[in-house]
Design a protein around this ligand. Structure first.
Ligand SMILES: NC(=O)c1ccc[n+]([C@@H]2O[C@H](COP(=O)([O-])OP(=O)(O)OC[C@H]3O[C@@H](n4cnc5c(N)ncnc54)[C@H](O)[C@@H]3O)[C@@H](O)[C@H]2O)c1
Length: 330
């Protein structure tokens, strides 16, 4: 098959990450169009991929281009209709997380994707580490035998210095924008969430102008299978975190990218991924669009990512209600 034509809407930070993966599969896909409200960013993309057409208006791009797939890499608060243009034109969609800050928008997008039978993927690339096979299998057996008592997790991240990140109405806040990866892995491994209760902390980061978002939050989680958990997260510095699941006389600890340690009285098992999750995530989407693999190999299609979106939106809703229990809702 010829190379597929891919367009990018948003040529900022995360687009560069995707480009580094496309550079390794240029025999399968070409960047045919680059669109950004900042013309220099689209232009720079075209310099990297000669032949790519440059746009500042995605409507114009969809009018003129014949694309097989589009990567939507704008900030969470900037999803203003590009998905619907793609759907109308029958273009497959890779969308960055969080796909929107408005669940009713996400529902309309999914309805369109489904109606047109398009292929979709969301940038929850951590799922692609190959060590999850062990971790999911190990924890899955303990869940099946009702032996997992509780989960304890934390993530203390840095503060991304893009302008929109500090604005709650643009980013959705730290739990939604940043820790969404961890919450996604949590529901992927432990099952669907029954309810959350969450409180926020603001006012710790005082040296960033215009910052009106959360510095930290603590969330109590109850899963539908009865497992309980806590998640503490913040963006006031450093880059660390892990999740530990406790069962009788043992525990398994894993990191976001799938390093793990099982600790029991008479044994310790450790392991780590052997692949590049980000590369795998992009290649899986491209291969599915090309028809080289079945779309079911995409680990985070749009409708599944909506369930994670509902999880993190419930956390925000609970924070707004001073920790009142909230059920994730699509
Ligand atoms: N999966 C991950 O690990 C990961 C990591 C970082 C960021 N992200 C996500 O990627 C998205 C973008 O983040 P970023 O760090 O690249 O931000 P960024 O600010 O660096 O880039 C966003 C770009 O989108 C452009 N843009 C906004 N609205 C547009 C529109 N209507 N038409 C065309 N271009 C438009 C902006 O001009 C900007 O260049 C966010 O949703 C973020 O959460 C995901």
């Amino acid at each position: 098959m010829d190379r597929i034509n891919v367009g990018f809407i948003g040529c900022g930070g995360i687009a560069q990450y995707h480009f580094s993966h496309f550079d390794k599969m240029l025999d399968k896909a070409r960047i045919a169009a680059a669109c950004d409200l900042i013309p220099e960013r689209a232009q720079k993309t075209a310099e990297r991929y000669p032949g790519a057409n440059v746009y500042t208006d995605y409507r114009e791009m969809f009018k003129k281009e014949k694309l097989d797939a589009v990567y939507i890499c704008v900030q969470p608060g900037a999803h203003n209709g590009m998905e619907f243009c793609a759907i109308e034109k029958g273009v497959n969609i890779f969308c960055q997380k969080p796909m929107t800050l408005d669940m009713s928008y996400a529902k309309k997008v999914w309805a369109g994707i489904k109606k047109k039978k398009l292929i979709s993927a969301v940038g929850l690339q951590c799922r692609y580490s190959d060590s999850w096979d062990f971790i999911k299998g190990f924890i899955g057996r303990k869940i099946a035998s009702n032996d997992i008592a509780m989960v304890s997790a934390y993530r203390i991240g840095g503060f991304p210095m893009v302008w929109w990140w500090r604005r709650f109405e643009q980013s959705g806040g730290q739990a939604v924008e940043q820790t969404i990866h961890n919450f996604d892995i949590l529901r992927w491994i432990f099952g669907e969430v029954k309810q959350v209760s969450s409180v926020r902390r603001r006012g710790v980061i005082r040296d960033i102008e215009d910052h009106n978002s959360d510095d930290a939050s603590s969330t109590l989680i109850t899963f539908k299978n009865g497992i309980i958990g806590t998640f503490n997260t913040g963006c006031f510095g450093g880059s660390e975190g892990d999740t530990t699941a406790y069962y009788r006389n043992g525990n398994i600890k894993y990191s976001l990218f799938g390093n793990y340690t099982v600790t029991e009285p008479n044994r310790t098992i450790t392991g780590k991924p052997t692949n590049d999750a980000g590369q795998e995530c992009d290649e899986t989407f491209v291969d599915a669009v090309r028809g080289d693999i079945d779309r079911s190999e995409i680990l985070s299609p749009y409708d599944d990512a909506m369930k994670t979106l509902a999880f993190v939106f419930a956390i925000n809703k609970s924070m707004d209600a001073n920790g009142a229990p909230v059920e994730p809702e699509i």
